[in-house]
Design a binder for this molecule. Sequence first.
Ligand SMILES: *Cc1c(COP(=O)(O)O)cnc(C)c1O
Length: 401
Amino acid sequence: MSTTETLITAADAHSAHNYHPLPVVVATADGAWMTDVEGRRYLDLLAGYSALNFGHGNRRLIDAAKAQLDRVTLTSRAFHHDRFADFCGQLAELCGMELVLPMNTGAEAVETAVKTARKWGYRVKGVPSGMAKIVVAGGNFHGRTTTIISFSTDPEARADYEPYTPGFEIVPYGDLTAMRAALTENAVAVLLEPIQGEAGVLVPPPGYLAGVRELTRERGVLFVADEIQSGLGRTGKTFACEHEGVVPDMYVLGKALGGGVVPVSAVVSSREVLGVFRPGEHGSTFGGNPLACAVALEVIAMLRTGEYQRRAAELGDHLHRELGLLTGTGHVTAVRGRGLWAGVDIAPSYGTGREISEKLMDRGVLVKDTHGSTIRVAPPLVISKEDLDWGLHQLRAVLGA
Ligand SMILES: *Cc1c(COP(=O)(O)O)cnc(C)c1O
C-alpha cells in the first residue's frame, strides 16, 4: 500500500466517519499550494472554507504567532492580557462598531449572537419572558451545535438530534414578503448569511439585504449578519453586506479571522446590544486568548490595507468571466457568487460534483463539492492569476471543454 492508502486506512479505522474527504493526505502547504505525503502538489481552491483567505503559511501571520508563542499564549479571561485591548479596539474599528465579544469557532459566535439577541430582546426591547423569536432563512448554514441545527433545513445536519431548540422561524431566503410577515411583535433578530456559502454560494436577489435592513429597522429587530464565510475580503469587500450598502446591527465573524493558524471568532456590535452582558452571563475559556488576539490583530492590519479585498475583486471578476464561458458552452448550468468565490453547477452529463472533484484532484486541483452537482471555488486571496488560470484550465480539461 502507498503511504496515502496506509494513512487513510488508519484514519478510517480510528476516526468517526462524520466527513468524506477526498483521498489526499496533505503534509505541507505554502500560499495557494499543498503538498501531499507522496510529494505531489495541489492547488488549493477551497482555502479551508475561507479560513485560509491569506493563504497557507502566510509569513506575517506565522511570524505574529511565533512571536506570541514565546511571550504568553493563554491567560483565560480571569485576567487581562496585553493584546486584548488592541484586538477588541481594532476589530470594532474595522467593523465600524463599538464592542467585541470574542469566541473561538464560528458556531460559538453564532450561539453568542443568538444569546445576545435574546437577552437584548428581554432587557432592551421588552419582549415577554420566553417569547423571543429569531427569524432565519431556509438553506442556511450557521454551524453544528444542537441549537443551530435546530433551525437548519438540511435533513443530514438535523436527523436524530431532536428535541430541537424552539424560538426560530424559517423563511425562504431572498423573499422579502415572507420576511415582513415573520417580523411580528416578539421578533428580536433576523440571522442571515449575506451570501449562503454551504447552500452553493447563493447570492440573494438585488435589494434583498437592503430590504431586510429597512424592515428590521422599522420593526425594531436586530439584523445579524453571519459573515463567517463571506466576510474579511472573500467577496471583494471587507463584508459582503457592503455590496448593498448595508450595515447590520451585528457581525458574526470567524474562519479567516484566525488567519488559518488558530480558531478565532467574534460577535461585533453596538454598545446598546453587546452592552447587555454582565460578568458571568457568557464566556469561553479560550475566547480572546493572547495567541488568538496576536494572529487576529495581524489579520486586521492586513485587511486595513485593502489589498486583499482588491485582489479578491479583480481576480474574482476574472474567475467569473472565465466560468461564465463554460455556461455558454453548456458544460456548466449556473455560476453564482461574488469576488473570489463561486458556486459552479456542473451539467449532470459531465458527472456529479464529487466525481468532478476527484478528477480535478488527479490533475492537481483541490475543490469541494456540495449538493450533488455543485463545486465550490474559493481559492486563497493570495493566489496568483497564473495559478488561478492553471486551475481553470484543469477544470476545462476535466469537462472536456
Ligand atoms: C463555517 C461557518 C459557520 C461555523 O463555523 P465553525 O467554525 O465551523 O463552527 C457558521 N456560519 C457560516 C456562514 C459558516 O460558513
